[in-house]
Design a protein around this ligand. Structure first.
Ligand code: DGT
Ligand code: MG
Ligand code: MG
Ligand code: MG
Ligand code: MG
Length: 269
C-alpha cells in the first residue's frame, strides 16, 4: 500500500518497549482516595467492601487481559505482574499500563453496586498507573515484599490510630502525638493492653493484603443435553475445571509462598 505523505509523523512516537525477559509490573493507585473514601463513607481504617471491590476489579483485569501471572493489592492500590516472556503489544509500556488502568477503572464502576449496596457512587473514580521493569526473580520478590511491608506498617499504625480515636476519644492530633516515635512492638502493646486486641488475630486481608494467583477450580454446572436415542433434552450436572484468579491473604515476603507455588516464577534465565 502506498504511504501517504503524512506517514512520517509516526517517527515522532517514542519507543517504550519494556526490556526483554524482565518482569513487567504495572501498579495502579486510586487518585485522591483519601477524599474518595471520606465521601463514600468507607469504614476506618479498613472497609472490606472497598477492598473486595478492588480485588474483583483486579480479577477482571487478569481475566480480560493477557499474560498476567499474579497480582498483589492493598489499600487503594494493585500491582500486576506480567510473564517475563510476554510479548503482549510487543511489550510496550504504555499499552500495558493504559489497558490495565482503564479495565480496572471501568470495572470499579461496573461492580460498585455489588459491593456498596447502600452507598451510591457519587463521582467517577480514577487510578494512576506506572510501569516498572524488574530484571530478576529476586528484584520482583523484593518489589512485592516492599508493597506487603508497606501494607503491614500502615495497617498496624492505622489500627492503633483509629482505636485511640474511636475507643479512647482522642482527637486525630492527640492520636498522632501518642504514636510519634513508637515502634511496632509498642503499637502491638497498646492494642493488647488497652483494647485487648491481639494484632495477629486481625483479619489477614487487612494485615497481609490480597494476592491473586491462577488456580484450577472444579465447577459444577448444569447443562441441557440430548442423549443419543432420546428426543427430549435432559438437565445434567457436569463438572469441569477452570483456571481462575484466586484470592489469598498470605505472607509473600518469606520463602514458603514461593516454594509452594513454584510455577509463578520461572527459571531465572
Ligand atoms: P494519591 O494516591 O496521591 O492521588 O492520593 P490518595 O489520597 O489516594 O493517597 P494514597 O494512595 O497514598 O492513600 C490511600 C488513601 O485511601 C488513604 O488516605 C486512605 C484511603 N483508603 C484506602 N483504603 C481505605 C479503607 O479501606 N478505608 C478508609 N477509610 N480509607 C481507605
Ligand atoms: Mg500517593
Ligand atoms: Mg491513592
Ligand atoms: Mg495508595
Ligand atoms: Mg484501535
Amino acid at each position: 500500500m502506498a504511504k501517504s505523505k503524512f506517514e512520517y509523523v509516526r517517527d515522532f512516537e517514542m519507543d517504550d518497549t519494556c526490556l526483554a525477559h524482565c518482569w513487567v509490573v504495572v501498579r495502579l493507585d486510586g487518585r485522591n482516595f483519601h477524599r474518595f473514601a471520606e465521601k463514600h463513607n468507607f469504614a476506618k481504617p479498613n472497609d472490606s467492601r472497598a477492598l473486595e471491590l478492588m480485588t474483583q476489579c483486579a480479577q477482571t483485569v487478569m481475566i480480560q487481559l493477557e499474560d498476567i501471572v499474579m497480582a498483589y493489592g492493598q489499600s487503594d492500590e494493585y500491582s500486576f505482574v506480567f510473564k517475563r516472556k510476554s510479548n503482549w503489544f510487543r511489550r510496550r509500556a504504555s499499552k500495558f499500563m493504559t489497558n490495565v488502568a482503564s479495565q480496572f477503572a471501568s470495572s470499579y464502576v461496573f461492580y460498585w453496586k455489588d459491593y456498596f449496596k447502600d452507598q451510591d457512587l457519587l463521582y467517577p473514580p480514577a487510578f494512576d498507573g506506572r510501569v516498572v521493569v524488574y530484571p530478576s526473580n529476586q528484584t520482583l520478590k523484593d518489589y512485592l515484599s516492599w508493597r506487603q511491608a508497606d501494607c503491614h506498617i500502615n495497617n498496624l499504625y492505622n489500627t492503633v490510630f483509629w482505636m485511640l480515636i474511636q475507643r479512647s476519644k482522642l482527637t486525630p492530633a492527640q492520636a498522632q502525638e501518642r504514636l510519634q516515635g513508637t515502634l511496632a512492638a509498642d503499637k502491638n502493646e497498646i492494642l493488647f493492653s488497652e483494647y485487648n486486641i491481639n494484632y495477629n488475630n486481625e483479619p489477614p486481608m487487612y494485615r497481609k493484603g490480597t494476592v491473586l494467583i491462577w488456580k484450577k477450580i472444579k465447577e459444577v454446572i448444569s447443562k441441557e443435553i440430548k442423549l443419543p436415542g432420546e428426543t427430549e433434552e435432559k438437565k445434567v450436572e457436569v463438572t469441569r475445571t477452570r483456571t481462575k484468579p484466586v484470592a489469598l491473604h498470605c505472607d509473600i515476603i518469606g520463602d514458603a509462598f514461593w516454594k509452594e507455588h513454584p510455577e509463578i516464577l520461572e527459571d531465572d534465565s
